[in-house]
Design a protein around this ligand. Structure first.
Ligand SMILES: *Cc1c(COP(=O)(O)O)cnc(C)c1O
Length: 399
């Protein structure tokens, strides 16, 4: 079948809750993907940072195949021989004390919300059903009802109410706003170290450090949503390391499986996750042996193959090269590690989508975010010569 036929069938039978580029992919390897007509592309989205390790990484693939032939799902009614080692290795890599495994990122966020509320009532002494969680404007934490209720994106919320109460939103990057918003009922502050979906918005230097201090001073749990920034994307294992802090709860997902399988996790100190008792939370697939085996290998190759260091050095190189593009429609080029964006001035003819369409024709897949921003987030295995190849095309697209 040809591209057009796939698209026609998809449009006919599927819900239209996405507006993808008209490319139908059928194969991936490292930073490259191929479409059904045989065209080859550099993937500059990495499935929103879920394939940091590169497409179809051979070692993760082997771990998946091996485990699929052994045992895939037991439910947590019984134990399995992968879970304990997954916990231990993940805690060692991220300096955490406890792990709660889930599947999607949104589920990790929901889990965190439940846990900090419980902590608020049982540990901090907040009156029942009064807990408040502070979040940031223009956040992206997922698509479930509780989460979209505190989104500031009209398109995500409209016609989906009524929503869950107990959330308060403040400007991102403004530590003073956090201090002012905290009340005796505040149990947590949840924030992305860099706002990915909002267009790679990097807070002022020192913001997270200040936030850490404010949370500690007020006995408020700091939740960092590192589902996109974590696992090497910004050039560190976790983005919190850029400011030398440690969150109380850290949420990871996406690249935790290298793109093979939905695996997410809540990482925590003892104080918060330690409060959960049997029966109070769970997931049929959470912590299954297939997920654990895949995640263990995905974490292992991230370290062993120096992908995090590569993200730091190649990210800097890519950013410096992009900054050299001289075009009056570019408002700003910004990034950390391999999480990079070009923001266009509002009103630029065709917006970011037009640039993405041009790049696609030249063999680079990017996705616009919020009309004016183009994100560049290739797998962390990209090399200098790959970036040089891409820069030739990107310069033409901006010509
Ligand atoms: C993708 C993402 C989520 C949601 O993850 P899903 O697996 O799509 O549910 C949450 N937070 C951030 C920062 C994300 O980038």
């Amino acid at each position: 079948m040809k591209t057009e036929e796939y698209i026609e069938i998809e449009n006919k039978f599927g819900a239209h809750n996405y507006k993808p580029l008209d490319v139908v992919l059928s194969k991936g390897e490292g930073i490259w993907v191929w479409d059904v007509d045989g065209n080859k592309y550099l993937d500059c989205l990495s499935a929103y940072s879920a394939v940091n390790q590169g497409h179809c990484h051979p070692k993760i693939r082997q771990a998946m195949i091996d485990q699929a032939g052994q045992l895939t799902l037991t439910s947590r009614a019984f134990r399995n021989d992968q879970l304990a080692l997954f916990y231990k290795e993940l805690c060692e890599l991220t300096e955490s004390h406890k792990v709660l495994p889930m599947n999607s990122g949104a589920e990790a966020v929901e889990t965190a919300i439940k846990c900090v509320r419980k902590w608020g009532y049982e540990s901090k002494g907040v009156e029942h059903d009064k807990a408040e969680i502070i979040v940031c404007d223009n956040n992206f934490h997922g698509r479930t009802l509780a989460i979209i209720g505190f989104s500031s994106d009209e398109n995500s919320r409209k016609s989906f109410g009524p929503f869950v109460s107990g959330f308060k939103s403040i400007p991102f990057g403004d530590a003073k706003a956090l201090e002012d918003a905290i009340t005796p009922n505040t149990v947590a502050f949840m924030v992305e170290p860099i706002q990915g979906e909002a267009g790679v918005i990097i807070p002022p230097v020192g913001y997270l450090k200040k936030v850490r201090e404010i949370c500690t001073k007020n006995n408020v749990v700091l939740i960092l949503d590192e589902i996109q920034t974590g696992l090497g994307r910004t050039g560190k294992m976790l983005a919190e390391e850029h400011e030398g802090i440690q969150a109380d709860l850290t949420l990871i997902g996406k690249a935790l499986s290298g793109g093979f399988y939905p695996v997410s996790a809540v990482l925590s100190n003892e104080a918060v996750l330690g409060l959960l008792k049997p029966g109070q939370h769970g997931s049929t697939f959470g912590g299954n042996p297939l997920a654990c085996a895949v995640a263990r290998e995905a974490l292992k190759v991230l370290k062993e193959e120096n992908m995090i260091e590569n993200a730091a050095s190649m990210g800097q190189f890519f950013l410096d090269e992009l900054k050299k593009i001289d075009n009056p429609s570019i408002k700003e080029v910004r990034g950390r590690g391999l999480m990079i964006a070009i923001e266009l001035f509002e009103g630029t003819q065709g917006g970011a989508r037009a640039i993405c369409e041009k790049l696609m024709k030249m063999g680079i897949l990017c996705k616009e975010t919020h009309t004016w921003t183009i994100r560049f987030a290739p797998p962390l295995v990209i090399t200098k010569s790959d970036i040089e190849w891409a820069m030739e095309k990107i310069k033409i697209a901006f010509n």
